[in-house]
Design a binder for this molecule. Structure first.
Ligand code: FAQ
Length: 330
């Protein structure tokens, strides 16, 4: 229903009359909530959009390990260390499910990696900010995983089966991540003055980048109209951002921390918060490669790729030897 609504108005989205027979049949399946599977016919644009979004999502999970990975050796207790280690491992798992989902569309892991390392493929803007204190582990779990869940819950119901199914487990794990982050913030916010100040400082630094995670404003979102029509997206960037603000502000109040936005105000009429202007210049600079840590993040991924070259070669040689042995035995 929603898809049809947007389809009629979306820029560049074909009307029913402009579609050929295959496209009409495909759209009927989408509109009837029938999942599209890897071997089904699909418009090239649908395949391309999904390859782009799923691979960028996978890259975000993998690059997203880096800011928190930095803190595994510095976690304040053994318990916090094991929790953080498990979380960072979960993110690696999410990346792998997502790479597998993207592969079903006909793109290889090597191609996706090449696109990440060459800068052709994006990853989430949020991971280009530094993690300066332990409170950043709290802020990332609470705000970044919180924003990720807000965006990913609807993706469980998106039209592409492999992506939707990957999201189910990912969302469950993100929920644990969000809670552990909130728990870190809660302990710090209820701790000494210095700990509370550390929590406030982390909130100050992560709040606005977390709001940017939802993507450009609806007016500037180039892919939304078509993604609505194909039921890849079910909520707009601004809708999800608003939901996130409405959900998170009361949590900050519970923690006794101040959201760093002097324009933040409850609006009875819309039953939600009004909030200040986002610095879109900063967002576009970060996604163009000019954030505080872009070079460091890509440098780390490049190093991991180079360091793993001997292992990839060994795997190929091993596979060839095994195949030769099998052939000789036949
Ligand atoms: N960062 O037309 P739209 C996580 C790009 S997972 C960078 O609105 P769309 C877990 C966009 O790609 C976080 N680039 O695009 C975790 C496009 O450029 P392109 C990742 C962004 O696709 C937690 C251009 O701007 N989640 O955090 C961003 O319809 C903690 C125009 O934008 C996902 O990827 C951004 N924030 O909507 C891990 C979810 N926003 O490709 C470790 C799946 C937009 O044409 C620790 N993705 N761009 O060159 C989505 O839902 C969508 O792709 C959106 C963007 C909503 C992100």
């Amino acid at each position: 229903m929603y898809a049809q609504m947007v389809k009629a108005t979306g820029k560049g989205v074909k009307t029913r009359e402009q579609m050929d027979e295959n496209e009409r049949h495909f759209q009927d399946r989408i509109d009837n909530d029938i999942k599209i599977e890897a071997k089904d016919w699909m418009p090239e644009g649908y395949r391309k959009t999904l390859k782009r979004q799923i691979s960028q999502h996978a890259h975000s999970e993998i690059v997203g390990q880096l800011p928190e990975g930095n803190w595994i050796t510095r976690a304040p207790t053994l318990e916090r260390k094991t929790i953080l280690l498990a979380k960072v491992q979960d993110e690696a798992g999410h990346g792998l499910y997502l790479y597998c989902a993207a592969e079903t569309l006909g793109i290889s892991r090597d191609e996706m990696t090449e696109q990440l390392l060459s800068g052709k493929a994006k990853y989430s803007s949020i991971f280009n900010y530094p993690t300066l204190t332990w409170a950043d582990m709290g802020a990332i779990g609470w705000l970044v995983d919180g924003a990720a869940i807000m965006n990913q819950v609807p993706l469980q119901y998106c039209s592409y089966g492999p992506y939707a199914r990957a999201m189910v487990r990912i969302c469950k794990e993100e929920s644990f991540h969000q809670r552990q982050g909130f728990d870190i913030m809660n302990v710090l916010a209820k701790g000494s003055e210095a700990q509370k100040a550390m929590a406030q400082d982390a909130l100050n630094r992560w709040w606005w980048p977390a709001l940017m995670m939802f993507g450009p404003s609806d007016a500037d979102s180039v892919h939304s109209a078509q993604s609505f029509a194909w039921n890849i997206k079910q909520n707009s960037n601004d809708e999800l951002r608003q939901k996130f603000v409405d959900q998170t502000v009361p949590q900050a109040e519970f923690l006794g921390l101040n959201v760093p936005d002097s324009d933040l105000k409850w609006n009875d009429k819309k039953n939600g918060y009004d909030f200040g202007a986002i610095n879109w210049d900063e967002f576009f600079a970060v996604i163009a490669g000019d954030g505080p840590c872009n070079k460091e993040r890509l440098g780390a991924r490049q190093k991991a790729w180079n360091d793993g070259a001997w292992f990839r070669e060994a795997l190929i040689v091993n596979a060839e030897k095994r195949a030769a042995c099998k052939q000789a035995a036949e």
